[in-house]
Design a binder for this molecule. Structure first.
Ligand code: ARG
Length: 391
């Protein structure tokens, strides 16, 4: 359902939530082997971009390829893993927030495979990333897939998500986007309530073919911001809120042919992701009519632009509230300028910045931001390292 107008810093989460993980990765059934060519391409890139990183490239290549031939896979050094994860971010064509790709904090937890450990470390991820409001971009890398031994999977599309379901009267309660996840959580025994912002449990599969374990998120791991408006007292009484840390958890990190299916990562929010999409889309919280009515706008004709005016006020409220709460959030004007700086900086290193215009341009006021008025280097789907949609 990905739409051409999605925007946001890294709005990967527009696909359908957590499709069933293919059962073909059952241990012993599929001899998933690392592609030697991909391994070599990555090791060479690592050495090209980090001259003097020790270890000459030929001896490392020999080591890696021998390991691949013998075991079907190989083990990244901690430096290779960190570099690979950062470059995967740099390569993310839909992400407007890539200026800071070098600062990504990489947590190397490749030794963890059990559902309990993945859940506990994911909660710690949220605490580290939340950092008392000064959001840090963090990725946590769990065990990779290996031949005959797939790694763990997080079922949720983000570590924090609000449940959603339809009431018997047919109205939506909560986030409709999460209806499938909500139904799955209930099947597993989780209790849903009628609150519009109820945080879903984290569901983790130790292997792709087993049923998920579920874990309630600890309160201290989930920072949320209640929404208010600088000029309208009634806004706070709508009881709206959003969480502080968008942490994508359903994408596979692929580095040098090795796949890490559980590698949750986060940046900070750009206001429009919440104010112009999550709370505004008709298929999400659908709040434009509510906000327009409180603003006293005339909804009898589209030509009054009540939608547009409500959108702006909703976005003012989101930015204002995060600021008040001391939680990092970018506005779309500033983030657009940073993205153009990023492109220029990459150019000075002789690199292109592939980008998807329809994801980069913000969903409100597109033409008022500089990212609207240009084209970008084309997206090459074979670019690696990369974050890939889970198949
Ligand atoms: N657009 C998604 C959401 O609203 C989050 C995608 C990642 N965004 C980010 N700023 N890193 O939840």
């Amino acid at each position: 359902m990905s739409t051409g107008t999605s925007a946001g810093i890294c709005p990967y989460a527009s696909g359908d939530p957590a499709p069933a993980v293919p059962v073909r990765a059952v241990p012993g059934q599929v001899p998933y082997r690392v592609d030697r060519h991909e391994a070599e391409r990555f090791i060479r890139q690592f050495h090209d971009e980090r001259p003097g990183a020790g270890d000459d490239v030929r001896s490392r290549l020999r080591e890696v390829l021998t390991e691949v031939d013998r075991t079907g896979t190989y083990t990244h050094s901690p430096a290779e893993l960190a570099f690979g994860a950062r470059v995967a971010w740099r390569n993310a064509a839909r992400c407007i927030g890539r200026l800071y790709w070098r600062s990504l904090v990489v947590r190397d937890l490749r030794h963890l495979t059990s559902a309990d450990d993945v859940a506990a470390a994911s909660f710690e991820h949220l605490r580290l990333a939340g950092n008392g409001g000064r959001i840090r971009p963090v990725i946590t890398v769990f065990a990779p897939d290996r031949p005959g031994r797939p790694g763990p999977r997080i079922v949720n599309d983000q570590l924090v998500r609000y449940a959603g379901h339809r009431t018997p009267e047919g109205a939506w309660r909560g986030d409709p986007r999460s209806a499938p996840l909500t139904a799955l959580a209930r099947d597993l025994g989780w209790k849903r309530d009628e609150e519009p912002f109820q945080v879903l449990p984290l569901m983790v599969r130790e292997r792709p073919d087993v049923r998920p374990e579920w874990y309630e998120l600890p309160d201290d791991a989930v920072r949320e911001v209640p929404l208010s408006h600088p000029d309208h007292g009634w806004f706070a009484r709508l009881g709206l809120r959003w969480y502080a840390v968008p942490a994508i958890s359903d994408m596979t990190l692929e580095i040098g042919g090795v796949r890490y299916p559980a590698a949750p990562f986060n940046g900070w929010y750009m206001g429009t992701e919440i104010g112009a999409r999550n709370l505004a889309d008709a298929e999400r919280y659908d709040l434009l009519p509510v906000v327009a009515d409180r603003l006293g706008l005339d909804r009898s004709s589209e030509r009054t632009l009540w939608r547009d005016r409500a959108l702006v006020e909703l976005n003012v409220a989101v930015l204002h509230s995060f600021q008040e709460a001391g939680v990092t959030m970018a506005d779309h004007h500033t983030e657009s300028q940073r993205f153009l700086r990023h492109i220029a900086q990459e150019g000075r290193h002789g690199r292109e910045t592939p980008a998807d215009w329809s994801w980069i341009v913000p969903p409100v006021s597109g033409s008022a931001t500089p990212v609207f008025h240009r084209y970008y280097d084309p997206v090459d789907p074979s670019l690696r390292p990369a974050f890939l949609a889970r198949t």
